[in-house]
Design a protein around this ligand. Structure first.
Ligand code: FA5
Length: 319
């Protein structure tokens, strides 16, 4: 009986089985206990010897169970801790922190480039009057850019500015040359497709001094392109027309498989100088207006300009 019990105890794998074994042998109706009860049936002289034997068996089994119990409970404790264990080599739960929108980053980068070249950042209002937005910029009444088809008008004389060029006018009226300013901000047009938004961001650049030539314009454009797009970027200058510059150019940057127009530029038209009271025989200057979304598209290979305003976290997190 003791051997049988020991074998069962050795095989027990958890505390429940072990307890069942204890009940089976040592419980009130257990095998060892019932042997004790047989004691009375035996002749008087055999009782002490038998009693001692059963007691021995009981003690042996009890001791064996105790040992096994220690072993099992240590094991079960280990298993429990293993389940609760923390892998301290895993990265912790991180709080998501926001960052500047890709456009703000590009704007800041460009501002820094121009500040390093001696330009100053100025701002102008988004609600403009037609004089600052068009007339002062030598854009006559009949010009198609003034059309209600292209612009958002509040009244006949007030509109959402269609470009940042009116800030040129406001600055020239307030200050005396020489001038070197950049002016970033939102502008508005009735446009909408994969390269045009109705609300987008421009940055105006204006440089006025004596004897400013196209060479200064070209150098500034090349320097800017190198610093924002890298040494190997491909930039193309195309003759164009703006009422407020003469001559005028449009600048394209190679966009993987095609050219993308990023800015309009030119030498300030003498009529603009007259309109703000600068002497056109004394002063000359260049100006350009960059599309900041377009710059970001080229820099980061973004194919659809509408991604900038979708506010898709997955898109924004990439930059
Ligand atoms: C102008 O707005 C001129 N004021 C630029 C200028 C300034 C010329 C100073 C000369 C001297 P244009 O309409 O081409 O020009 O727009 C300038 C740039 O804005 C474009 O090259 C393009 O990059 C960007 N752009 C124009 N329309 C949109 C639009 N709907 N969505 C996004 N970007 C646009």
């Amino acid at each position: 009986l003791v051997d049988e019990a020991i074998e069962e105890i050795n095989l027990a794998k958890n505390s429940t089985t072990l307890n069942n074994i204890r009940v089976k042998y040592l419980g009130k109706k257990g095998l060892v206990t019932s042997l004790m009860k047989k004691l009375k049936e035996l002749p008087q002289e055999e009782r002490p010897k038998f009693g001692a034997l059963v007691n021995d068996a009981k003690n042996t089994i009890q001791a064996k169970i105790n040992d096994k119990f220690q072993e099992i409970s240590a094991l079960e404790k280990m298993q429990k801790y293993e389940k609760l264990a923390v892998d301290i080599s895993l990265p912790g739960a991180r709080k998501d922190i926001g960052h500047l929108h890709i456009l703000s980053q590009v704007q800041k980068e460009l501002e820094d480039i121009f500040i390093s070249m001696g330009f100053e950042v100025v701002e102008g209002p988004e609600v403009e009057d037609t004089w600052h937005n068009f007339d002062a910029l030598n854009t006559p009444d009949w010009h198609p850019a003034r059309d209600v088809q292209d612009s958002f008008y509040f009244t006949e004389e007030k509109l959402l500015r269609t470009h940042t060029s009116p800030v040129q006018v406001r600055t020239m009226l307030k200050r005396k040359p020489p001038l070197a300013i950049v002016s970033p901000g939102r502008v508005y047009r009735r446009d909408y497709d994969s390269t045009h938004l109705p609300m987008f961001t421009q940055m105006e650049v204006l440089y006025i001094d004596q004897n400013v030539t196209i060479k200064h314009l070209k150098f500034t454009l090349e320097e800017m392109a190198k610093r924002i797009f890298g040494e190997n970027s491909k930039v193309r200058l195309r003759p164009s027309f703006f009422p407020f510059t003469e001559p005028s150019y449009e600048i394209d940057v190679w966009f993987g498989d095609t050219w993308l127009e990023i800015l309009g530029a030119g030498m300030v038209d003498p009529n603009v100088f007259k309109n703000v009271g600068y002497d056109p025989t004394k002063w000359s200057g260049f100006a350009f207006g960059l599309g900041l979304e377009r710059v970001a598209m080229v820099k980061y290979g973004i194919k659809d300009i509408r991604d900038f305003i979708r506010n898709d976290i997955k898109f924004l997190e990439n930059y």
